[in-house]
Design a binder for this molecule. Structure first.
Ligand SMILES: NC(=O)c1ccc[n+]([C@@H]2O[C@H](COP(=O)([O-])OP(=O)(O)OC[C@H]3O[C@@H](n4cnc5c(N)ncnc54)[C@H](OP(=O)(O)O)[C@@H]3O)[C@@H](O)[C@H]2O)c1
Length: 327
């Protein structure tokens, strides 16, 4: 598996990592056995980068990863966690005292003295604009609670503000064939600054696998049921902010762009991997089969310019009007 560097961490990771929101909650039931199988299939396929958060299953995802890695000391996996969404997202909550308490809890859950990477978990824009917040993050590094920090953002404007901070090691943002705006300014700015880019929601919450129809029903405990219109958190996190019927129709067209022998999901991942400036793409998986197939997508040949152009055309015709002005 190709590996790329987080320059400011001095570490390399696989170009396809693993998103582990599914191992916490909000995606219907994923048993502990299934979660361990997902982790196993990932590392066996060359994945050495996991993305988690303190809020996924209120720590379940972090604890499963911690237990898993403690039992396999031979593995060298970079674990990125996130903090800040176990409380209301108010700027006054982003204090050094809270950062210490939140990272202490993640250190316990993950069973490590020092976190590899902690990301602010989609904070309000005012938090990214606060010098005190970044001073506090620098303090966490100085205290060796974390090796580095990054910011996960919703919008391109927030991304540019986070990239401008000299200590930001990583930026996490949504990028997929239904979300092209970060290609315009965010990826070039990150590359120029030496900030690693973590691509989340690369399958538009599964839409880009082409498996769903307008009649597909998701579990009640799945955000694809309860957050379609942003009822619980930012609408952009569910189906990438695209209305479900529009997304299903656009996914049918996207599937036609897959090279012979490649699935629609693998094509979407390969598309994200080859965008300049991307460090790692972190699809979520609910089964070992998905995790293994996603890792294998890194090995597909690069998509030709004709396919990249067809993706831009599909985006412009079917999706742009719903998402481009929002995020
Ligand atoms: N605010 C934030 O910072 C934030 C927000 C969102 C996500 N994230 C991170 O980003 C990661 C990825 O985003 P995501 O999980 O929301 O969305 P995603 O990766 O776009 O979609 C994941 C879903 O795609 C389907 N899928 C995965 N692999 C597949 C395959 N090989 N074939 C067919 N279908 C496949 C599965 O759907 P089914 O369940 O239908 O099988 C899976 O649950 C998360 O796990 C999390 O770590 C961070």
């Amino acid at each position: 598996m190709e590996r790329r560097a987080f320059d400011r961490l001095g570490r390399q990771v696989s170009v396809v990592g693993l998103g582990t929101w599914q191992l916490g909650g909000d995606w219907g039931e994923v048993s502990e056995d299934a979660a361990r199988e997902v982790l196993d299939a990932s590392v066996e396929s060359g994945v050495d980068f996991f993305d988690t958060a303190d809020v996924y299953g209120d720590g379940r995802s972090e604890r499963l990863i911690g237990d898993y890695l403690r039992a396999r000391p031979e593995l060298d996996v970079l674990v990125a966690t996130k903090m800040g969404r176990r409380v209301e997202q108010l700027p006054e909550h982003y204090t050094l005292a809270n950062f210490r308490a939140w990272t202490d809890r993640s250190r316990t859950n993950l069973g490590v003295d020092r976190l590899d990477l902690v990301q602010l978990h989609c904070p309000p824009a005012a938090v990214i604009d606060s010098d005190e917040v970044f001073d506090a993050l620098d303090t966490l590094v100085a205290e060796e609670r974390v090796a580095g920090y990054g910011v996960s953002v919703e919008s391109c404007d927030e991304a540019l503000a986070a990239i401008a901070r000299p200590g930001t090691a990583s930026l996490q943002i949504i990028l997929n064939p239904f979300r092209l705006k970060p290609l315009e300014r965010v990826l070039p700015a990150a590359a120029a600054a030496g900030v690693g880019v973590i691509v989340r929601v690369p399958l538009a919450s599964g839409l880009l696998s082409g498996r769903y129809t307008v009649d597909t029903v998701f579990a009640e405990s799945d955000h694809r049921t309860y957050n379609r219109h942003g009822e619980a958190f930012d609408q952009g996190e569910t189906f990438s902010g695209v209305d479900f019927a529009t997304g299903v129709a656009a996914a049918v067209e996207f599937a036609e762009l897959a090279p012979e022998g490649a699935t629609s999901a693998a094509t979407a991942l390969r598309w994200a991997v080859q965008q300049p400036g991307v460090t790692s793409v972190i699809p979520g998986a609910r089964s070992a089969e998905q995790a293994g197939a996603n890792a294998a997508a890194a090995g597909l040949p690069a998509l030709p310019e004709s396919t990249l152009a067809a993706v831009r055309d599909l985006y412009d015709r079917r999706v742009r009007a719903q998402v481009h002005h929002r995020w």
